[in-house]
Design a protein around this ligand. Structure first.
Ligand SMILES: Cc1ncc(COP(=O)(O)O)c(C=O)c1O
Length: 472
């Protein structure tokens, strides 16, 4: 994503043009940006540790084109369900390039993973080990596994992003001995092969300290296990969680920085306790895709705000601020639940205003009509069009706004499309990739028949007709 004179460019394509071509809401990705970030992570970690591997955590944006892109850049894949596994294999991933996660894997999940011959199943709970042994024995296949240990490191991130603390539902804590118990159970089974350990601390992590602390605790865990059994890890995965900048000017570590800090700690503290030439792995999701995706919406309702929703700390007696504008866009909660789930902030631009300014098509007045607000600068609250008070973004500064303008939501490439729903029976939007000024559709917009395809009996209309005939 970049900003030209004032237009919003994605892969060299003007977003307002993409919106006109493919409709809105629309997810638009800069393909070269995605490729570059994959390359940066892989080359930075390999520079620190030649046997480093990067798995793309495809939960962040699970579309076939993205999976193929990650594979073509030499990344492996982290999947978290049988559905993601299906997508990965359909997109051409070999089983051994896939790591299968999940805090509760059903027997059906484990069956799918073993049948697909995934490289690793990551053990997340003690009970899962027995289920996996039973599945592997039934299918007569030995399965490589990693133990997801919980190093009980608290990360300084939003509580909703934290998964590594003592009370987490994820992983096996070191502290209460369950991580060791899991490792011993796996080592005792002829159907499982313990290849190494894994941890994942949370998301939107901005500094290396929690990882370094977790590496330190993992080293102690491994040393203890080594002293009891003649086993040493051949693979250590440090999870994902590398943060991105949603706010203007926010500085986040670059892949090279993560690699220097995490690779250095691994080399010094963990590698000496591992088997010869161990693999160091990471599995970023958000940091690979967030910056390179934009959501385009059409502003369908634009009006002056008479009052203002009160936020905590607001003075109820404060009069409505002049110049505040309320905008309703043609999507919202169903295509990006993050603002409501995580109070997530995104920067918003008017992608049409730049085009308009460039064409000098607009008289600069401060007039307001039913559908247009034009002023030198306005402050807007932007809502989705769901039957909820789905305030997406508040206090957004825009140069101007007219009904029909295309709004660009930036840094929207992660955990948006993959979290989309059909709430209010909205169709999930299309996804386009753009590069060098050309675009291509990689996922079409859903249609009415997509939404009706699971109904029973299959042709709802026909069933209603039949019911009516019987009634008559
Ligand atoms: C096990 C595991 N690895 C990697 C990730 C990716 O995290 P992020 O997108 O924050 O990098 C997640 C996210 O939930 C995860 O659970």
């Amino acid at each position: 994503m970049s900003e030209g004179a004032r237009e919003v460019l994605v892969g060299g394509c003007d977003l307002a043009g993409l919106a006109a071509e493919y409709g809105t809401p629309l997810y638009a990705y800069d393909e070269d940006g995605l490729r570059n970030t994959c390359r940066e992570f892989l080359s930075a970690f390999r520079a620190q540790w030649p046997r480093a591997e990067v798995a793309y955590a495809c939960k962040a944006f699970a579309v076939g084109a993205m999976i193929r892109l990650a594979l073509s850049e030499g990344l492996r894949l982290d999947v978290a369900s049988a559905g993601e596994l299906d997508l990965a294999t359909a997109a051409g991933a070999a089983g051994d390039a896939i790591t299968f996660h999940g805090c509760y894997k059903t027997v059906a999940d484990l069956d799918a993973a073993v049948r697909a011959q995934v490289g690793h199943v990551v053990i997340d709970s003690l009970g899962e080990i027995d289920d996996l042994i039973a599945v592997a024995a039934r299918l007569n296949r030995t399965q490589q596994v990693l133990i997801r240990i919980n190093p009980e490191v608290d990360v300084r991130t939003d509580a909703r992003y934290r998964v590594g603390g003592a009370d987490s539902k994820f992983g096996l804590p070191i502290g209460d001995g369950s991580a060791r118990q899991a490792a011993e159970r796996v080592l005792a089974s002829p159907w499982l092969r313990l290849d190494g350990v894994h941890f994942h601390l949370g998301s939107q992590i901005m500094t290396a300290e929690p990882y370094i602390e977790a590496i330190e605790r993992t080293a102690r865990f491994v040393a203890d296990l080594r002293s009891r059994h003649s086993w040493a890890p051949r693979r250590v995965i440090l999870g994902g969680g590398m943060g991105v900048g949603y706010d203007p000017g926010q500085v986040v570590p670059a892949p090279r920085q993560w690699a220097a800090d995490l690779g250095g700690a691994f080399r010094d503290r963990l590698a000496p306790l591992c088997a010869t030439r161990p693999v160091l792995g990471i599995e970023p999701g958000r940091a690979v895709v967030a910056d390179h995706g934009v959501i385009a919406y059409t502003a369908g309702v634009v009006k002056r705000q008479a009052g203002r929703l009160l936020a905590e700390g607001d003075d109820p007696l404060e009069p409505p601020r002049p110049g505040r504008v309320l905008i309703v866009v043609d999507g919202g909660l169903s295509d990006n639940p993050r603002p409501l789930m995580y109070s997530a902030r995104h920067q918003v631009r008017n992608a049409s205003a730049g085009v308009r300014a460039a064409a000098q098509a607009r008289p600069r007045t401060d007039a307001i009509t039913a559908d247009a607000v034009t002023a030198d600068a306005i402050t807007a609250d932007i809502y989705g069009r769901h039957c909820e008070t789905d305030l997406l973004f508040s206090d957004v500064a825009l140069p101007d706004i007219r009904r029909g303008d295309v709004l660009a939501v930036l840094t929207a490439g992660a955990y948006t499309h993959c979290m989309a729903s059909n709430y209010n029976r909205f169709y999930r939007p299309a996804v386009v990739f753009a590069a060098n000024g050309a675009s291509r559709l990689v996922l079409r917009r859903e249609t009415s028949s997509d939404l009706l395809r699971c109904e029973q009996p299959p042709r709802l209309g026909a069933a209603q007709e039949a019911a009516r005939e019987v009634a008559v």
